[in-house]
Each structure stands twice: as C-alpha cells, then as structure tokens.
Design a protein around this ligand. Structure first.
Ligand code: ADP
Length: 373
C-alpha cells in the first residue's frame, strides 16, 4: 500500500509517497506557490504537476493522507474526508487562520485531481485530545472557553505520537506502561508528557506560540508584554503578533534562527548567543521537570527534530539540569553516532534520540482509518 502524504502550506506543498514496507518512494517540494518567480500558480497547479510526476514514474497511490494543523475540539482522531469534514476543518479556521485555509487548499486540489482514492485528514492537534481539563484549561473567564474555544490544544501531535511509539519499541517495553517526555525541537518546538501512550500535557497552547524558545517564536511570555508593547512601545497588535512569531526566539535573542549559527557564535564567546542558549535550556529543563511531576515518574526522555536529533550540546546542557530526576548522559553516546540511539549512562531514566518521521506516521494513521472503515 502506498500513501501520498500532503502537507500544504500557504505558498508551499510538500508531497511524499510513503510505502509502510518500502519507505519513501517519492518526495517533491513545491515552493513559492502563487508568488511571482516561477512557482506553480496555485495549489491545483502544483497537484497537477505532481500527478504528472507520479504518472511518469508509474507510481499508483492507494490513499492520500493530508496533514491538517488544527482540528479544534471537533477532530480528536484522523478521519476519512467527506464534505462534512471539509466544512468541519473550515469551521476551525478562526483557531488557525494561517494554517487551516492552506491545508484546505491542498485537500480541495488533491480531491479534485484524485477523486477515486480515499483522502484522510490527520490533525496535528489530535494526539493531545486526551489532555485532562486541568492541563488544557486556562484560568480565564469560562465564557472565553465556551464561546471562543480558548484552551490549550497543542501541536506536533503526529511527531510526539511517532517518537513515543518508537521509544517503546527501542526500550522493548509496552508503550502502555511507560511514562515519557518527548521533546520535539525543530524550528517550532514543543514538549509533551506521554503517559501510557496518551498525551497528558504539552507546551503549545491555543496556537503554536506558547512554550519553548523556538527558531523565531518567543514561546512563553507574560501577556502583559503584549499590552506593554502596544501601550508603551507604540506598536500595533499586528506588529506585536508578527514580532512574537517571526522575530523572537533564537532570532530575537541571538540574531539567527539557526541553532548551528547560535552554537558556533556561543563557542566563539558571543554573549547574545550564549544567552539564547541559556534561555532555551532553562525553559526546556523546566518543562521536563514539570512534566516528570505530572507523570509521577520518568522512564525516558526522548529528543527529536533538527535540534533534538543533532545538537549534542543542547541535549547535554538540558540533561545536566535534570540530575535531580536521576538523568545521566553517556557522553560518548551523546557526542557520537547518528540516527535512533540510546544515550543515557545506564542508571536513571532512559535518554533516547529518535529522528521523527511525521510522513510515515501520517501514512500509518491514514491506512489505519481505511482499515477501520
Ligand atoms: P522544522 O521544524 O522546520 O522541520 P527541523 O526539525 O529541520 O525544522 O529543525 C531545524 C533546527 O535544527 C534548526 O535550528 C537547525 O539549526 C537545527 N539543526 C540542524 N542540524 C543541526 C546540527 N547539526 N546541530 C545543531 N542544530 C542543528
């Protein structure tokens, strides 16, 4: 069985054909969609080009799995797409005004171009549908939740689910009996407490701006910062929104959103880069400690995504801060090697590096939905 996994952004379309047994069959990335400068005119044009490639390579797909960012409270699991589901995803647009319309453009284009295969929506939020109210409710007026859906939803669910399952396989123990903290540290970053395979807390919130220090996003700030920059800093709300999403995080503190630049500058003695690393590590270690408390025990800490997979420095700095939990790194294993591996010193919680594979997970969930149908 081959699944075409589509991840549609506002001006991009990432397409991968994944066979559960044979891995990546094809990868195509369309960028600058609808922009001057040579990209496809729109999402249907990108999909049309993709179909040409599939035909030329004689690849037949059995299903299409669509990444959808926000499922709100309506979608707590992957679902076969029909008109009602499209309307349901549309209804979540107020919660994800940038992402869901782009995801829908991809869905519409692909369903028109490939009307004879089943299409499944896999939501970034769905893995966190199991959060208890204590973790997902904000202490704001009840009506904000009831009328406007103001609560924690969480994201990167596909990645957290994938690495949690792989971690259990690597440890040779049933996921159902493990208490894990998974740290997805890419350009966007979030951490998740996984109890018996179920997400019980996560650091992102209503949107993906909360929690950890990211490439260009601030992560946690006191909302007073927003009022202050509007009232005292003379900025508009849109400008503050843009600054917190686009020019904060590593970029705001150190001038680059690329961890490799930040590490290099810090090693050369750059104070801003050193501070950026300090803030990132302080915040991440704090979350892991908090989640260990929520879980009541920590069996394993799992690092994934660009920084989690490749930055031995960030892993070492975070683990140094977690000695109180019995966390201890095997330095040589942390510094060397690549790919999936165990890097703890042998006592205390396991520490794992697990390269994430969201496309594989979307393909797996897509086929699971079809099996159940
Ligand atoms: P995205 O969220 O866009 O998929 P990635 O998961 O690719 O992002 O992660 C991007 C981040 O990973 C960047 O900050 C990048 O600098 C960092 N990264 C990639 N390789 C390394 C490395 N060898 N050492 C440190 N950081 C790295």
């Amino acid at each position: 069985m081959k699944v075409l996994v589509l991840n549609a952004g506002s001006s991009s379309l990432k397409a991968e054909v994944v066979g559960l047994a044979d891995g990546r069959v094809l990868t195509r990335l369309y960028e600058r969609i609808g922009e001057d400068g040579g990209g496809p005119a729109d999402h249907p044009a990108a999909v049309e080009d993709l179909l040409g490639v599939l035909r030329a390579e004689q690849i037949n797909v059995d299903a299409v799995g669509h990444r959808v960012v926000h499922g709100g409270e309506a979608f707590t699991a992957p679902v076969l797409i029909d008109d009602d589901v499209v309307a349901g995803i549309e209804a979540q647009v107020p919660l994800a005004p940038l992402h869901n319309p782009a995801n829908l453009a991809g869905i519409r284009a692909a369903m028109t171009a490939l009307p004879d295969v089943p299409h499944v929506a896999v939501f970034d939020t769905a893995f966190h549908a199991t959060l208890p109210p204590a973790a997902y409710r904000y202490a704001v007026p009840q009506a904000w939740y009831e009328q406007h859906g103001v609560r924690r939803y969480g994201f990167h669910g596909t990645s957290h689910a994938y690495v949690a399952r792989r971690a259990a396989e690597m440890l040779g123990r049933p996921l159902a009996e493990l208490k894990l903290v998974t740290a997805h540290l890419g350009n966007g970053a979030s951490v998740c407490a996984v109890d018996g395979g179920i997400s019980v807390d996560t650091s992102m919130g209503l949107g993906p701006l909360a929690g950890l220090v990211m490439g260009t996003r601030s992560g946690d700030v006191d909302p007073t910062v927003v009022f202050h920059m509007v009232n005292e800093g003379g900025m508009t709300l849109d400008e503050v929104d843009h600054a917190l999403n686009r020019s904060s995080g590593l970029k705001g503190l150190a001038g680059s959103n690329d961890m490799r630049d930040v590490e290099e500058a810090a090693a050369a003695g750059d104070e801003a880069a050193t501070l950026a690393l300090d803030v990132l590590v302080h915040r991440l270690a704090g979350y892991v400690g908090a989640y260990a408390t929520t879980l009541g025990r920590l069996d394993a800490l799992v690092f994934t995504a660009g920084i989690g997979e490749h930055s031995a420095l960030v892993r070492r700095r975070v683990c140094e801060r977690l000695g109180v939990l019995g966390v201890g790194l095997h330095d040589a294993a942390n510094d060397g090697g690549a790919g999936e591996r165990r890097i703890d010193a042998g006592s205390g919680p396991a520490i794992l590096v697990v390269p994430t594979d969201e496309e594989h997970e979307i393909a797996r969930q897509t086929l699971e939905v079809l099996d159940e149908a």
